[in-house]
Design a protein around this ligand. Structure first.
Ligand SMILES: NC(=O)c1ccc[n+]([C@@H]2O[C@H](COP(=O)([O-])OP(=O)(O)OC[C@H]3O[C@@H](n4cnc5c(N)ncnc54)[C@H](OP(=O)(O)O)[C@@H]3O)[C@@H](O)[C@H]2O)c1
Length: 276
């Protein structure tokens, strides 16, 4: 999609972090937006923020509350969305959580379920509900996975599993979308400075914290900027950040061996420092 001018773009998680910044950039490129998340006040603040970046006052910037984990609610809200805003040319699935970055022993069944339902079933629910309307427009689906879907990480059994599953989901879905002339971009960012990061820091074990530092750290502005560029050039798998791209290359070339050895060493050093 060379130009976003006049396009309709739905963004789940559009009220915060990467989704919020992507919305601001799309607004600056002349797109109409529908921002989707659970908290109404945050959505309203995001709408005001994006209105300031619009090219023209005729660009629509709408909001709707939805819990992407709830399949029935997604169906209902998307019906309303399609009637009010029309089918999306681009659907960005950015809504996600990482509340339970912790030792596996501390992650209850309910916690694991919550992460899976939002991070994996969320995009599944949104795409399933909007696909029939997006097909005639040859729409573009964008899924926010994570570098944690490419590599294992200490403390990431719930989050990493959901993000790795999104890569499997995307690999299969891509084949089905291609004959429909639809596009799919799946994005694997490293650590990005957003509210999610602060949430995760409450429980992330020091070993996980040390491992994460290998992947680099991006601002949400930079992450959103390069993701929008990848969407514009219709790239399938996109890994923002040179360090993470290099790590991924090494990981693939060594069949995971080099990343495991390096990460094991980082964990050992961290635990020694902790007196363990
Ligand atoms: N930040 C990072 O380091 C990082 C790295 C790699 C990948 N990612 C991925 O990038 C995406 C965006 O992350 P971010 O850092 O921008 O997070 P963020 O700032 O915490 O924003 C998350 C957004 O998702 C919404 N959301 C959460 N649960 C939802 C639900 N059940 N239904 C609807 N909306 C929901 C939130 O709004 P409400 O709470 O109001 O619903 C919020 O708008 C996520 O998928 C994340 O996994 C992030």
């Amino acid at each position: 999609m060379k130009s976003f001018e006049g396009k309709m773009i739905y963004i789940t998680g559009g009220s915060s972090g990467i989704g919020l910044e992507m919305g601001r950039i799309f607004a600056g490129k002349g797109a109409n937006l529908l921002l989707l998340a659970r908290n109404e006040q945050k959505l309203e603040a995001a709408r005001h923020f994006m209105e300031k970046s619009r090219r023209t006052t005729t660009q629509k910037i709408g909001t709707l509350c939805v819990d992407v984990a709830d399949h029935g609610e997604v169906e209902r809200v998307m019906k309303t969305a399609l009637e009010a805003y029309g089918a999306p040319d681009v659907l960005v699935c950015s809504a996600g959580i990482n509340k339970y970055a912790d030792h596996f022993e501390n992650i209850t069944h309910a916690m694991f379920d919550e992460v899976t339902k939002i991070n994996l079933y969320g995009p599944r629910n949104m795409i399933h509900s909007l696909l029939p309307a997006m097909k005639p427009k040859r729409g573009h689906v964008v899924i926010l996975s994570s570098a944690a879907g490419l590599f294992g990480m200490f403390g990431y059994t719930a989050y990493g599993t959901s993000k790795a599953a999104l890569l499997g989901f995307s690999d299969s879905l891509r084949y089905e979308l291609k004959p429909m002339h639809m596009k799919l971009t799946v994005v694997c960012p490293p650590e990005v400075d957003t509210p999610m990061n602060l949430d995760e820091a409450k429980t992330l074990p020091p070993e996980g914290r040390a491992m994460k530092s290998l992947g680099g750290f991006l601002t949400p502005e930079y992450a959103a900027h390069v993701i929008v560029k990848a969407v514009a050039r219709e790239q399938y798998l996109f890994i923002p950040g040179a360090s993470t791209r290099f790590l991924y290359l090494v990981h693939r070339l060594s069949n995971g061996w080099l990343t495991r050895v390096t990460s094991d060493m980082v964990v050992r050093i961290t635990r020694r420092k902790m007196g363990k």
